[in-house]
Design a protein around this ligand. Sequence first.
Ligand code: SF4
Length: 380
Amino acid sequence: MTDLREILPDAASRRLLRRRLMAWYDTHARKLPWRGTHDPYAVWVSEIMLQQTQVGAVVGYFERFMKALPTVEALAKADEHEVLRLWEGLGYYRRARQLHQAAKIIATEHGGRFPSDPEVVRRLPGIGRYTAGAILSIAFDAQEPILEANTLRLFARLLAYPDDPRATEGQRILWAMAEAVLPRHDCGRLNQALMDLGSMVCTVRSPQCEACPLAMLCRANQQGRQLEIPRPKGKRAFESVREAAVVVRRNGRVLLLRWPEGRRWAGLWDFPRFSVSAGPGPVDPRELVENVQALTGATVLPGVRITTFAHGVTRFRITLECFEADFISQKKTKTQLETRWASPSQFEEFPLNSTGRKLAKILQKQITQKPRKVGRKIEN
Ligand code: SF4
């Protein structure tokens, strides 16, 4: 049974933890472009970008995004196309769309001012308990706790919590710990210090306990069980998927489609892309013709394979084979998606997913290279 009172029995022990942590943070805080501001918009954008993404990968995106859309109002007025283009490469595009939706709500229902009421903040699209706690504590100095990957690991080790910290009971105990350590003021700084300590010192594989300001309070350290805690997640089963993308050409332009609401990559543009029968053997050209027609209403003549990408999306390991095709005709159908013809020089204007962008770059390079081969049998 894990009991918070064993590690933090009274107010004096909580003060000691905070004092040691903040003394460490004063000299070790990471310098990040969203630090040092209490602008809730900047904090919010950074926190959404940081969900499922490493700090190092976020910095450049954050600076570019804030330069283009520096306020909630600017984001609310922006076209979704522009928001997705700024997000391109960060992945998990749902975050960008929810950020955009939430900005519109703030603009229309809250006069463009980011709300400070926790209940209201938690109702905004894309904002869960952790993100609300981070924004409210950092921007408004609210006494709100946080629990994310770094603090979850740190707290689990401080408590030597032996069970799954992501399960209901683990979450209850660790959120209680996150609340227990909060001071009355300066909660944002304390929360940031906890995240930095978890990320820089109490790391997943090699916690530096000798450099840790909380070592004397840490039960995992006392028991020599740092590497057993937190209990690892069960291994994920990966699923192999075979997909095809088709570059449909017509008079120097290429057919793009826009993924609708509810689909993977909703809001992004793409080459017609779909699952095909698993191998072995080459992709059946009839599958290419039928799927392009179903998605776009276009009838095509498939050509050679251009390239193959291997990539991962959540638990799927995807092999994406990209083919040329010549356009024959297009009929409007009830189920076809929004489409657009674009020349390779216009691809930069369209937000694409990462494999879509890689394919677009190959096509842009081809413009200056030898004439392509079309209408031939598929080579594999
Ligand atoms: S003593 Fe080690 S295991 Fe404990 S919190 Fe510090 S770095 Fe993590």
